[in-house]
Design a protein around this ligand. Sequence first.
Ligand SMILES: NC(=O)c1ccc[n+]([C@@H]2O[C@H](COP(=O)([O-])OP(=O)(O)OC[C@H]3O[C@@H](n4cnc5c(N)ncnc54)[C@H](OP(=O)(O)O)[C@@H]3O)[C@@H](O)[C@H]2O)c1
Length: 274
Amino acid sequence: MQNVDVTDRVWEHLLAIRSGKACACCGGTWSAGERGALDLYAPLARRDLGPVVVAQIGQSLDGRVATVSGDASDVSGPDGHAHLHRMRALVDGVVIGIGTALHDNPRLTVRLCAGPSPARIVIDSKARLPDDAPVLRADGTRSIIVQGVDRPRPKHVEVLRLPLIDGKFKPETVLQVLRKAGLKSLLIEGGGITIAHFLDADELCRLQVAVSPLLIGSGPIALTRSIQQAKLADCLRPDTRVFGLGSDVVFDCGLTPAAHAATVPQHPARIGVS
Ligand SMILES: NC(=O)c1ccc[n+]([C@@H]2O[C@H](COP(=O)([O-])OP(=O)(O)OC[C@H]3O[C@@H](n4cnc5c(N)ncnc54)[C@H](OP(=O)(O)O)[C@@H]3O)[C@@H](O)[C@H]2O)c1
């Protein structure tokens, strides 16, 4: 497991990589923890590798995301929360399902680290999201709704009207229209149903599972997939790197050859005392 130390200077370097002002393999002598931060975040910050779609879910040791009464606010520890905000700051857009939008009322902005807030996208086939939802606030950050039915929205909200097939959007089509809208790197932030749609359609480059040392007992599970395998040998066993964040441990799973390539250093890492 690599420990991650996000110092100000390594974070500045990652934001410079995101904006094309620095490259991932250069930039100085880093401590082992800073090198961990580069290894974890550079694959999201880089724009030279083509579009990236990464999903992230924070869960308890027993694989839950909330209690039975729906308390889901602090499944992740403080370092897990900061990690999520860093991921938001490195992507062009963050996608959630309507279940999360209605249940959590998130703003999806970047508040726990420096960096730009990404465009916010809600997948809402039946157009159930109220116009006064925090994610649709006119605060200078793009808000996009992917809808399967007509419903007029406030002027500043972008509506992408897509066809439904058996009541669902094809994840591939959702990604195509978002790329057309200029959003190349995307974070699928949840919940489990939405992430599972993208995973089952083979549209995820990476899946990050952030585990917090918490035992919830009964409650909704993190990833709800319909796929059934008889043998463990046939189950997905992704190429996985493990990072210690402090309060949480992140399993960073590469799901495509391109995702694997993004994690191979181009030059030997320079690790020193700084
Ligand atoms: N721990 C974490 O990291 C984390 C992150 C986010 C959320 N959460 C928790 O997760 C829970 C909500 O998650 P959830 O899994 O129940 O719901 P969700 O994934 O947020 O939303 C699912 C809904 O989104 C719509 N949707 C998603 N993909 C679609 C597609 N391809 N085509 C059409 N519609 C699509 C569907 O809405 P329709 O049914 O209207 O078609 C679907 O029922 C909340 O308790 C929240 O607190 C936890």
